[in-house]
Ligand binder design. Structure first.
Ligand code: AQP
Length: 344
């Protein structure tokens, strides 16, 4: 069986309001993985335009996500940080994958259903085809590991299905060209820890999201200490004290969410948090959470603001990252063209 070198790829959309969910579900994992893997971290601007974007705002959002990566601790020299639209091979492979993926597979994607809502006829074709582009983002680097939040699990499964179908459909050509048994690895999702799905601070049944109209529903990475304190204090809770055992969180989604956030920020398990706070009321727990969130997020926000004042520095990182990423992507695309039978 073909053995692939271990490589990490993941992306974040530059759609504004980068929040605690993006940070705990994805960016902190990116930081940890750089110790042991070759990593590519991408600002997925082509995904952002699947819904309407203001061009000037998009430019600043691309720089903001880049600044967040660096401020959170990702080293742009040892890892590759870049924006998707600078490496044309993502879209080239996405077209191939549009022809590999089946309509029935895409019809099952819950994110499309949620984002298109009732007005499905008016959703962009890009929003529908989004998961095929996401598969191309990962597989153009033949990445083996993909750190994401829980909400991206279904898209990752689709990427694996696409890789497998490509490997099966073209198995003879793959072997004839000397690429071994299979050409693409089946990328593994890395979805771990106590905050893989951070929920809204206003509604424990809704995911914390950039597009939520209520800014109080999320902690933005750009929020200062006062805003963090205000939002945590206003976060919806119930009237009971915190339980001492994890089972006690079962029917209490808002309490479960805040305990999960505390655990992830403090690098603990939820059980450890409840050992310390079981029996405490929410005002005590929220005060501790404010201190922790300000201590962890405050320096990141400050560093992000500082980095964003130097656009030339950010743009240079993205350009150099894209140059490095393109080397891998072009090699994959050349092989894919041979496998498909294109003349080049
Ligand atoms: N609430 C969340 N909890 C944990 N992880 C999350 N992620 C997003 N929301 C949460 C993870 O963050 C990474 C980047 O996400 P994205 O920017 O590509 O897109 P998204 O999932 O669509 O993010 P939002 O915030 O929910 O944006 P909108 O409101 O525009 O849809 C991914 O790994 C994601 O899993």
């Amino acid at each position: 069986m073909t053995k692939f070198p271990e490589r990490v790829f993941s992306g974040v959309q530059p759609t504004g309001n980068l929040h605690l969910g993006n940070y705990l579900g994805a960016i902190t994992k990116f930081v940890d993985l750089q110790k042991n893997y070759e990593c590519l971290y991408c600002v997925v601007d082509l995904h952002a335009i699947t819904v309407a974007q203001d061009p000037a705002k998009l430019t600043s959002n691309i720089r903001e996500v880049t600044a967040a990566f660096i401020a959170a601790g990702i080293d742009p020299e040892t890892n590759i940080i870049f924006n998707q639209s600078q490496v044309a091979e993502h879209t080239e492979l996405a077209w191939v994958f549009n022809c590999v993926a089946r309509m029935g597979w895409l019809n099952r994607m819950t994110q499309f259903k949620e984002k298109a809502g009732k007005d499905r006829e008016n959703a962009s074709v890009g929003l529908y085809a989004y998961p095929a582009l996401m598969a191309a983002d990962i597989l153009v680097y033949r990445a083996t590991h993909v750190p994401v939040g829980e909400d991206q699990k279904q898209h990752l499964e689709l990427a694996r299905d696409i890789a497998q179908k490509f490997n099966n459909d073209f198995s003879k050509s793959i072997q004839d060209h000397g690429f071994g048994d299979v050409f693409f690895p089946l990328p593994e999702p890395l979805i771990q820890g106590p905050a893989t799905r951070v929920m809204s601070l206003r509604d424990g049944a809704k995911k914390m999201s950039k597009s939520d109209v209520s800014d109080n529903s999320r902690l933005n990475l750009s929020d200062d200490a006062d805003v963090i304190a205000q939002k945590v204090r206003k976060a919806k809770t119930d009237s009971e004290a915190l339980p001492s055992e994890i089972e006690g969180l079962g029917s209490r989604p808002e309490a479960d969410n805040l305990v999960g956030i505390f655990a992830a920020l403090n690098e603990q398990s939820k059980a450890e948090v409840l050992r310390d706070f079981g029996g405490a009321n929410f005002s005590t727990f929220k005060s501790a959470l404010v201190d922790l969130a300000v201590a962890k997020l405050g320096p990141i926000g400050t560093k992000m603001r500082e980095l964003q004042t130097d656009q030339a520095y950010i743009d240079d990182i993205l350009r150099r990252g894209a140059d490095r990423a393109r080397v891998h992507a072009q090699a994959t695309m050349s092989s894919v063209k041979d496998i498909l039978g294109f003349v080049r």
